[in-house]
Design a protein around this ligand. Structure first.
Ligand SMILES: Cc1cc2nc3c(=O)[nH]c(=O)nc-3n(C[C@H](O)[C@H](O)[C@H](O)COP(=O)(O)OP(=O)(O)OC[C@H]3O[C@@H](n4cnc5c(N)ncnc54)[C@H](O)[C@@H]3O)c2cc1C
Length: 434
């Protein structure tokens, strides 16, 4: 009997799970459900608009979506349009792949002030995620503090320094471009609790920091060691050495070399956001490393800034009927409850690259197929469609998305890959007009 599986979330993890099911499982029908009319999750709304090569992986997802036993059901939100209980009644198995769509709080006083935001929101805004298009980003400020020492922090710092010319082959939204290219930002403070050796920067992103048209990267020379510490795992050491070499090349750079400076501030942890209603600065404490952990030294000082962007990780949003802990869905190797599984960031938390989600999803699908080899005569997609019609919820197909995709490409400037539609009504209108 056909086995009906619903996957919630059409990001990388959802697509890799769909591909594994569609190719491995005989007699399997997959509904890939996403809350947006546009699929691809953070590849569209997270990966930086000037990193178009990374986004090409979606071509593989097109192949998955074109399989006869995979159906994309966009514009349907779990928790609003349909509940977990309903999905469990309709499908033999449900795979959660809804990522981690909330910013992890910094947990310091003042973080609710105006001008403080998380990277999910900031990145979503410049990438045209419909949730964040109305965000009032005021870049009429000279100094911005970016908290975190990973690639997302580098993305944010780089985008604040980029020129219009550098972004012309990107899919940065017009609205964000208008704000970013006219911003008054001159100094970006990249604040990390630990040191240059511990930072989770990738070499490609790091190199870009040395090639900004109107930006100069500055380091405190005495914070950048000559070499990596002894005894580091050789595989890890290779990447870290390359990153360290780029940081070493920033020694001797000076503030007057470019209009925008990115200050790499290692060994600092934020302790308070300053200001009345709006942020005016960030209070930080100098740290030192003890057994690899950053501990405060008691030396406190303030960095004036008009905006704070925290890039310290993400948490999954709670959904009725799903056990959650530490910002993730509680699971044992991907098993959540009988017939319920989880993959991707919702399972592991916000770490790893797009590719990391592939073996992870494949492993969970293997477990699922071990647990159940046949369907139990459930309604699957036909039942979902009936429920959505009854509720007046309009869903979109993958062909509808391809219409939106083509329209975005058609209206783009010659060098840009696409000009995104950034509201759901606009996306649906394009489908209606086709
Ligand atoms: C800013 C940023 C930049 C990144 N850059 C890179 C990079 O350059 N290279 C790289 O390899 N990796 C990068 N990553 C990591 C990569 O994007 C993730 O590994 C990957 O997207 C995680 O996949 P996922 O499917 O678990 O989650 P997501 O990609 O977040 O997908 C989740 C999907 O679920 C949907 N959804 C959420 N809630 C619901 C709901 N209630 N109902 C229905 N659908 C829902 C969402 O709309 C979304 O489509 C980046 C991440 C971020 C945050």
């Amino acid at each position: 009997m056909t086995m009906h599986v619903a996957i919630i979330g059409a990001g990388p993890a959802g697509f890799y799970a769909a591909e594994a099911l569609a190719t491995k499982g005989e007699g399997v029908m997959v509904d890939l459900i996403d809350r947006l009319p546009t699929p691809h999750g953070l590849i569209r709304s997270g990966v930086a608009p000037d990193h178009q090569t990374t986004k090409r992986v979606t071509k593989k997802y097109d192949q998955t979506a074109s399989r006869e036993n995979v159906r994309y059901v966009g514009n349907v939100t779990l928790g609003r349009d349909v509940t977990m209980d309903e999905l469990r009644d309709l499908y033999d198995a449900v795979i959660i792949a809804f990522g981690a769509e909330g910013d992890r709080p910094m947990g310091i006083p003042g973080e609710d002030k105006e001008g403080v935001l998380g990277s999910f929101a900031f990145v979503g805004w410049y990438n045209g995620h419909p949730d964040f298009v109305d965000l009032d980003i005021d870049l009429d400020v000279s100094d911005v503090a970016v908290i975190g020492n990973g690639n997302v922090a580098l993305d944010c710092a780089r985008l604040l320094a980029r020129t219009e010319d550098e972004m012309k082959a990107s899919d940065l939204t017009d609205e964000a471009g208008e704000v970013l290219f006219n911003s008054a930002v001159t100094d970006v403070h990249l604040i990390g609790r630990r040191g240059p050796v511990e930072a989770s920067f990738s070499i490609a992103e790091m190199r870009e920091m040395g090639e900004l048209q109107r930006g100069i990267s500055l380091v405190h020379d005495d914070q950048i060691p000559e070499a990596l510490p002894h005894g580091m795992d050789p595989k890890e050491a290779r990447g870290r050495k390359a990153v360290l070499e780029v940081l070493q090349s920033f020694r001797g750079n000076t503030r007057d070399q470019a209009p925008v400076a990115v200050h790499f501030e290692f060994f600092l942890r934020p302790v308070e956001v300053l200001g009345d209603d709006r942020v005016t600065g960030i209070r930080v404490e100098r740290t030192k490393l003890e057994d690899g952990r950053a501990v405060g030294t008691g030396e406190i000082f303030d960095i004036p800034c008009g905006m704070v962007i925290s890039c310290i990780g993400y948490v999954s949003r709670p959904i009725d009927g799903l056990p959650m802990e530490y910002g993730k869905v509680v699971n044992d190797r991907g098993r959540v409850a009988p017939g319920v599984y989880v993959v991707g960031w919702a399972k592991r938390g916000p770490s790893g690259t797009i590719g990391t989600n592939r073996p992870d999803a494949q492993d969970v699908v293997t477990l699922l197929l071990e647990d159940m080899s046949d369907g139990a005569g459930k309604q699957g997609g036909a039942g979902l469609d009936a429920l959505l019609i009854q509720r007046g919820v309009r869903h979109v197909s993958y062909n509808d998305w391809l219409v939106i995709d083509q329209a975005e490409q058609d209206r783009a400037d010659p060098e840009a890959p696409r000009r995104k539609f950034i509201t759901i009504p606009d996306m649906l209108s394009v489908v209606d007009e086709s």
